[in-house]
Design a protein around this ligand. Structure first.
Ligand SMILES: [Zn+2]
Length: 128
């Protein structure tokens, strides 16, 4: 079973959005899109921006080194979570799944390779 970690582990997904843009996930169920760039810092903003409520203002700052492909080479220490307030890092519920789904599919494919006689469809159902 998948266990939700309690510490963020930031992963940058290339083509992580429908528009093919970069996305950042924290593996806690939150994801971020790139909002501001400066020479030393990238600012990611939570993607929770519903039409019926104010946007979530949680941000993640990523320290970058000039000349380095920040989307490929990064360290967990480069990321700093910037909550809108201490009591309420995100006002909405984590959407547990973006990263999880990818892992489940990958594991399912692996299982399918190992057990060639099972229909992969069954394996996917078992994994879920
Ligand atoms: Zn948020």
């Amino acid at each position: 079973m998948y266990e939700v970690p309690d510490q963020p582990h930031y992963v940058i997904l290339k083509e992580g959005t429908n528009q093919g843009k970069l996305a950042l996930t924290d593996q806690l169920g939150f994801s971020y899109s790139l909002k501001d760039k400066s020479k030393k810092t990238f600012t990611w903003r939570c993607v929770h921006r519903p039409s019926y409520a104010p946007p979530c203002n949680a941000k993640v700052k990523q320290r970058i080194t000039e000349g380095v492909d920040f989307a490929e080479i990064y360290d967990q220490a480069d990321f700093t979570f910037v909550p809108p307030s201490f009591s309420d890092p995100h006002y909405h519920i984590a959407k547990d799944g973006i990263h999880k789904q990818k892992e489940v599919m990958r594991d399912a494919k692996k299982a399918a390779m190992e057990e060639k006689f099972k229909a992969s469809r069954q394996i996917v159902m078992a994994e879920l």
